[in-house]
Design a protein around this ligand. Sequence first.
Ligand SMILES: [Zn+2]
Length: 668
Amino acid sequence: MSGKKDPQEVQKRMRFLEKEIRKHQKLYYIENKPVITDRQFDLLLEELQKLETKHPEFKSKNSPGESVGSDLNTTFPKYKHTIPVLSLTNSYSIEEALEWAEKVSGGMDLHVDLQWKVDGATLVLYYKDGILERAVTRGTGQIGDDVTANALTIKSIPHTLKEKATLAVRGEAYMTYEDFESFNEQWGSIYANPRNLTSGSLKQKNTEDVAARPIRWVAFDAFIKNNPLKKDSEVLREIESLGIPVFADNRVVKISQLKEVISEYENKRDASPIPVDGLVIKVDDLSIREDQGYTAHSPRWAVAYKFEPEIAETEVEEIEVFVGRTGRVTPRARLKPVKLAGTTVTYATLHNADFIKNLDVRIHSLVKVSKRGEIIPAVEEVIDQGSEQPYVFPKKCPSCSSKLVRDEDAADWMCVNALCEEKIINRLIFFCQRKQMDLSGMGEKVVRFLYENKFISSLPDIYRLDQKAEELSEKEGFGKKSVEIILRGIEKSKAREFRYVLPSLGLREIGPSTTEILISNGYSSLDSILSLAKSDDAEVKLTEMDGIGPRTAMAVIEQLTDKKITNEINELKKAGLQFESQETDAHSDLPQIFIGQSWCVTGSFENFKPRDLAMEEIKKRGGKVVSSVTSKTTHLLAGEAAGSKLEKAKKLNVAVINEQEFIKLLVE
Ligand SMILES: [Zn+2]
């Protein structure tokens, strides 16, 4: 008998596949750092599922072939989904999609729903009597992470519906390409694509951090309590009328039109402002859905049609590595130039050392590169390794040659040398950016030139540049006029608000949101923050602030007591930078009755529409506004239909104030 494999080998292969699948599920869902493509992952899963059908005797009890992968994270409360949240079966060709259609229709020309398959993170919203009660990630499909506080900061998620409906909505959190790019430009994000940044954001511990990220959300499926509607498309229209966002180009077509319509969508995908990686095709008639039911993995009545990624083949000419402002070392492939999706591509990202190792990318390898969700193309597959040796990731920093240190949490290699030139240059570049100190005329090229020609070597040097104005204006490419523009920009930056100055320093964990939290807790000058960092109970005081965890607290203390950093800060202060927040004075005419208090606002109000107006009143009187009720919250302002926050406030003994009482406080 040929083709029969040694059972021991089969068993070994199954265990290996389980291990691999678990590893990649973790990288994808929890760490947001996939090192293989979706297609490669699907192949592993398919192989395991096939072997399990053939050899049920070897199947593991908790086989990953049965579950849909999990994004569970220990820091969030768990919630058991009351609706099924399964993943869809993927089809990679029109033929496969049509095969599904034939099976599901039993020869009838049924109506199906077509929707873009958004490349984001699934987020299920539960509304009760028209109020958003809970937002839960997909998790295992059965149990998800309750990320309600974070979801409340997403602007396209309605907090209340137009009617008192009770329903569960499956949808996708996502980010447009444009928003992703400007976020990366501003913060130097470590995320490879909008999807990774989106799902990473939903799991942020600081709600304020999430609020700063341009996440959107759209519904693709809903379960309405006591639903009288018979069709999926009707359900979607209904929720849209309740105020829930639904894409306008969802369509209902007959199976006989499917082939034609799929290629119509395929032609439109390049112009899509949001990352889409395919189409979701669902049977429109809900009673047919009920008959079809589910397999262990996914619904039978729906399928995901995955677009063929735009792919080109080319050769890797070189693997280059770079070190950034924070010390993270990232690799990329320099390619023999090739046309891809209308542009000529010369570089492709390789993500990190693990990615290179997994695909076994070498210099002179023949590779497939694609533009999927990524802005920068990615190496998708190695067609031919070539004859070079396997690539060895550098052990030393490409800039300063100091030994790299592994950051296990992020699967990255880091340069930890404070004197590393590339780190210093990238920090200078960051400081000058429009969204930081906004120094006109000081783009990346100019900053590099100034550094390499010893005009500047540290942040305070920027403010001494006027002393070298003449020398600089004699350099090639720098007339008197351009030097003048630079100096004027530097002068102007001295008036930049404190809330921009502190994050511009590029210190670890001290970004805009930490700065805002410090200011709103009364630490509105650098001096007060420095003496806080020095004090004996600094850690306690910092972690008591709503939104600051131990990791951030330690980063603040370590860096702001560091001699080198404090010296630098003092020099910048002498140069005339704003190290004190001026903004509280704007309302000093109002009595600061809410100082030291932390308010949460929920429900709807008669006199404050939208309720942001109530929040403004609190802030103007020195109070802080938070988006969720925690043990650190002091007051809950509860309007009509206050919901779960009211319950939580009562449980935690948080003072509950109604609208009338609040108005009384304001006028007294
Ligand atoms: Zn270095």
